[in-house]
Design a protein around this ligand. Structure first.
Ligand SMILES: [Zn+2]
Length: 102
């Protein structure tokens, strides 16, 4: 990820350790993904105690979750930035967002 926006020069890392918060966003996205796959599996394939369908769902979900991690992490950073930096239509004449740590 770039240090700052090439268009408006907004710095992305607003303070040291800013990105630690994305772990919570990434966790929430992962849980959401697991819930969605669970519901879809339940609707289209179903769960049963007499066969291994549950374990197939678990294996496929964990495997795809690992494969999707680079995109989930990037999406988490983008969502986390939206918490703090709102879109400003007049960004060319406005100062960039900074935390007031003085
Ligand atoms: Zn920008």
């Amino acid at each position: 990820m770039k240090k700052q926006c090439p268009e408006c020069n907004q710095h992305y890392e607003l303070e040291p350790g800013f990105w630690y918060g994305t772990g919570y966003v990434s966790y929430a996205l992962s849980v959401l993904y697991i819930i969605i796959t669970f519901v879809l599996w339940w609707i289209f394939i179903g769960f049963s105690v007499s066969d291994n369908r549950f374990f197939w769902w678990m294996g496929i979900t964990i495997g795809t979750l690992v494969i999707l991690q680079p995109w989930l992490m990037r999406l988490s950073r983008a969502l986390y930035l939206y918490f703090f930096i709102k879109y400003n239509p007049d960004y060319k004449n406005s100062p960039v967002v900074k935390f007031d740590n003085s």
